[in-house]
Design a protein around this ligand. Structure first.
Ligand code: PLP
Length: 466
């Protein structure tokens, strides 16, 4: 920790040790060779200590990579495709995909190549001249999103895209209320958090967004209609209705087929914007380019993030129509900005990611692989009713719902011991998502199924033994 002002000598000492520490780690980062086992083990110890002392001790205690990795915690180091290795060289199949960030897998060579080329030319825009890549990405977004969505705004994270969606909807409608879903997840900055449908994250924060927020059950279009009708009758202006097409964090929950079409119809009828949070479902994850494509619905605003950066750069976008975007352009075109959002590296990564997604038709791969995987998981669910409650999902956004969080944790831990990474939802292992890179091979999927079968046998046996 830096000493207080007035103790300059010790400040200098702190700076000196920080300088040496940064230099040591730059040597490691830039070293392309392999480590000795002793070096690898010292990196593990050092990483654990840094997390415990300076990052977040709770995280460390919660992680399977620490609790279930045997004698040495797993510190991730490198990866290609749907597999990655830890610093000791142990290999894992990635069935978590960075919670939807890794549609293209680890270190996709074409995305890495584009980013490397751009980083050496000009990594960040001046902010004053016209930077070409932002325009290129905005045009591509207009080309790949449904209907007449045409203008884009860029940032780094999903939650920023949701914040921007809130502001764009408020600016255009001049209204303040939103209708969202119970168990919905839209990010954790204050505006997005207000739309979240989970008490765990909202309640400790007290007062959130100032405007009214109404939560309705996900998938219940009649509840949306009723809420719109009530607000209309009592004179509460609704700016937007915002949902994930398929709820991700809630455990890959697919709404009934009438949900999105009916919500589109009632939002039009009440003159309210429909916002699709495609942060996790976008770009092919659920078997169509966009989650809303399953129901041929065109939202007024679409937010996307995660895999837009090809698993290489953080980048998010909000895409909307020219009419809705107008108040973001006039009279003040700087109404909502962020300095680093849509920088050249992020755009280069996104342009490469979109090219790979289109050329390799990744949404079709997700659909085919989901159609292969989901019935096999359902067979496991039927075989082990004491373990499973149900399987949900579409494409490669799949939820395994267990009888209780302890069982879910046991299955995830047994899978991890067998070299397969999955994760529960943020606070509970009752639901475990299977969300691998869309480019995962059929051989890898078979390997996952075999290891899952083995893990389930172990968990079932231990339940019998009490
Ligand atoms: N919206 C959805 C549907 C998400 O799944 C997430 C993150 O999981 C977010 C928004 C927030 O994205 P980020 O974590 O990049 O802020």
């Amino acid at each position: 920790m830096r000493p207080a002002i007035g103790q300059e000598k010790s400040v200098d000492a702190g700076f000196d040790s920080a300088l040496q520490y940064a230099e040591r780690w730059l040597d490691i980062i830039e070293n392309k060779g392999t480590f000795s086992e002793a070096d690898a083990k010292s990196i593990i110890e050092e990483s654990k200590e840094n997390f415990a002392e300076h990052f977040n001790r709770g995280w460390l205690e919660y992680r399977k990579s620490v609790t279930e990795a045997g004698d040495w915690a797993s510190v991730e180091w490198s990866g290609e495709g749907a597999a990655f290795r830890d610093v000791l060289g142990r290999e894992y199949i990635d069935c978590l995909g960075g919670f939807g960030m890794m549609d293209l897998g680890w270190c996709h060579p074409e995305v890495v190549r584009a980013v490397k080329a751009q980083v050496e030319r000009s990594p960040m825009p001046s902010q004053e001249l016209i930077d070409p890549l932002r325009g290129v990405l905005a045009k591509l977004m207009a080309q790949i999103t449904p209907g007449d969505l045409k203008y884009s705004w860029f940032a780094a994270s999903g939650t920023e895209a949701i914040e921007a969606s809130i502001k764009i909807a408020k600016l255009y409608t001049q209204k303040s209320a939103f209708i969202v879903a119970v168990k919905g997840f839209h990010g954790k900055t204050l505006g997005s958090l207000s739309l979240m449908g989970k008490a765990d994250y909202r309640a400790p924060m007290g007062t959130l967004y100032g405007g009214p927020i109404y939560h309705v059950p996900f998938g219940d279009a009649d509840a949306v209609e009723r809420q719109l009708e009530i607000c209309d009758k009592v004179g509460i202006g609704i700016a937007g209705v915002l949902f994930e097409p398929i709820q991700g964090e809630a455990g890959a929950i697919v709404p009934p087929d009438n949900f999105w079409p009916k919500v589109r119809e009632v939002t039009k009828r009440y003159n309210v914007l429909l916002i699709a949070d495609e942060v996790q479902t976008g770009l092919g994850r659920t078997g169509r380019m966009w989650g809303v494509d399953h129901w041929n619905v065109v939202p007024d605003i679409l937010a996307v993030a995660k895999s837009l950066g090809g698993g290489v750069m953080p980048v998010s976008a909000v895409v909307t129509t020219e009419e809705i975007f107008e108040p973001m352009m006039y009279p003040n075109p700087f109404m909502h900005t962020t300095t680093t959002g849509g920088g050249a590296l992020a755009c280069a990564a996104a342009i490469a990611a979109i090219r790979v997604t289109l050329r390799d038709r990744l949404w079709e791969q997700a659909a085919a692989k989901g159609e292969y995987l989901i019935p096999k998981l359902q067979e496991f669910a039927a075989q082990y009713p004491q373990i499973y409650e149900k399987i949900t999902g579409k494409g490669l956004l799949i939820g395994m719902h267990f009888r209780n969080p302890q069982i879910g944790y046991r299955v995830a831990a047994e899978l991890f011991k067998r070299g397969v990474l999955v994760s529960g939802t943020l606070t509970s292992a009752q639901t475990v998502r299977i969300e691998p890179p869309l480019i995962i091979s059929m051989e890898q999927l078979d390997e996952v199924l075999e290891r899952l079968g083995d893990a389930l046998k172990t968990v079932s046996r231990s339940m019998e033994d009490g």
